[in-house]
Design a protein around this ligand. Structure first.
Ligand SMILES: NC(=O)c1ccc[n+]([C@@H]2O[C@H](COP(=O)([O-])OP(=O)(O)OC[C@H]3O[C@@H](n4cnc5c(N)ncnc54)[C@H](O)[C@@H]3O)[C@@H](O)[C@H]2O)c1
Length: 382
């Protein structure tokens, strides 16, 4: 299959590109927005990563599989149209957004940049598909954060409602907790409008926070490692706690630590995306999957990492700090997630062995840890 990956230099985009390049023709596009923001906010990854073109060259040398790379801003409609015309993709995987909630809450400039970038790329992608390759399957990365933490079970994208004796089906109500998450809600609404109006086919993957840095392809060479962030801007909670455990810093639980979310291993992101590629949504359908494998509270994660870290002699402490975000610290959370399991997803859970292998990998790179990047630098109420 000819697959175009938007945001192919990112934490998820790069390992996805390598994984799919083994059996498909893969093109990736990126404008290094994440690298630029990471540099500007002093949030660089634990392990330095070569440029996208160098990574592709290295991957071809070690695996024999080719990845075509293009550097450019997909917020520019001319570039999006040119690329889609040239590649004629059968599937587009759209990762190309500004994904940091804290960055989107830093101030007006960052909020506007996030809003414009994320909506522009989604809008340009929809139009290029509609005009050039209307049969192409768009796989769009959404987030479980679109739903927020409602006091009812979260369904897989849609909700049947009976109101005053009549029934209909709607997108599940959304209540995002940051401007970034709100751009994902807006993306979904935009996509749903174009699906029902023009009959394009889309899978929206409502993904939970991802952790890990190991995949079959990334492990072939240190230069192929995904961007692994542990800072307060780009780092996701599990990755942050792992680095804090190795650095000897108490794990920074925000407030009460009862915040519960659906998590998944990076290897499972690759599985879920691959299953979506191989089983495309029908034409005129917006298919939504909740993409995670297990729900855990922040306290659960801290305790698991402490247990494994202590067994390795790291002497891990846990400390509650003032919550920089506006969010419920105790809440009901029960999201459905059967769609991807039905397609064949085989979860890699957060076992002690998985935690130990991630900690071992970080211990080797301990000297790179910059402890100034650990404490939250952005507050929701600032
Ligand atoms: N990492 C997670 O835990 C997680 C969880 C849920 C959803 N997601 C979603 O998955 C997607 C990928 O996340 P990630 O963690 O890999 O983020 P990332 O920032 O590492 O990757 C996104 C990539 O897109 C690129 N990009 C952004 N705007 C672009 C533009 N205008 N033109 C070209 N390239 C552009 C960035 O430079 C970056 O390399 C995002 O949409 C994110 O919202 C991620």
């Amino acid at each position: 299959m000819r697959i175009l990956i938007l945001g192919g230099d990112g934490y998820l985009g790069w390992p996805t590109a390598m994984n799919l390049a083994v059996e498909n023709e893969v093109w990736v596009v990126d404008n290094y927005l994440r690298r630029r923001i990471a540099e500007a906010t002093d949030s660089e990854p634990l392990i330095a990563t070569p440029s996208l073109t160098e990574r592709a060259r290295l991957f071809e040398a070690v695996s024999g599989n080719r990845i075509e790379t293009i550097i450019g801003d997909l917020g520019d409609p001319d570039l999006m149209y040119d690329i889609v015309q040239r590649v004629q993709p059968e599937c587009i995987i759209h990762y190309a957004e500004q994904p940091s909630a804290p960055y989107s809450m830093r101030g007006f400039k960052e909020a506007r940049e996030t809003l414009q970038n994320n909506l522009n790329v989604t809008f340009n992608c929809i139009w290029a598909v509609k005009d050039i390759v209307p049969d192409c399957h768009i796989i769009k990365l959404g987030t479980m954060g679109e739903y927020g933490t409602p006091n009812i079970d979260i369904e897989e994208g849609w909700l049947d409602i009976e109101h005053k004796g009549r029934k209909d089906k709607f997108l599940f109500p959304r209540a995002a907790g940051s401007l970034y998450h709100t751009t994902k809600v807006l993306d979904t609404d935009l996509i749903w409008f174009y699906v029902r109006t023009y009959g394009i086919r889309v899978t929206d993957l409502m993904q939970g926070p991802v952790y890990g840095l190991s995949t079959d392809e990334a492990d072939l060479d240190q230069g192929l490692v995904p961007n692994f962030n542990y800072d307060d801007i780009f780092g996701t909670v599990v990755n942050r706690f792992l680095v804090q455990a190795v650095a000897g810093i108490p794990l920074t639980v925000y407030g009460g630590g009862g915040q519960t979310r659906g998590y998944l291993n990076l290897r499972d992101t690759l599985q879920c995306v691959r299953l979506s590629v191989e089983n495309p949504a029908d034409k005129g359908t917006l298919r939504i999957f909740n993409q995670f494998t297990e729900t855990l509270s922040v306290n659960d994660i801290a305790t698991k990492i402490k247990t494994v870290g202590d067994s390795m002699g790291l002497g891990v402490n846990i400390k509650s700090i003032e919550n920089p975000r506006k969010e419920r610290e105790e809440h009901y959370y029960n999201p459905t997630h059967t769609g991807l399991l039905d397609l064949g997803l085989e979860p890699n859970y957060m076992t002690d062995d998985v935690i130990a292998s991630m900690l071992e990998r970080i211990v080797v790179n301990k000297d790179n840890i910059n402890t100034d990047r650990i404490m939250p630098r952005v507050r929701w109420n600032a």
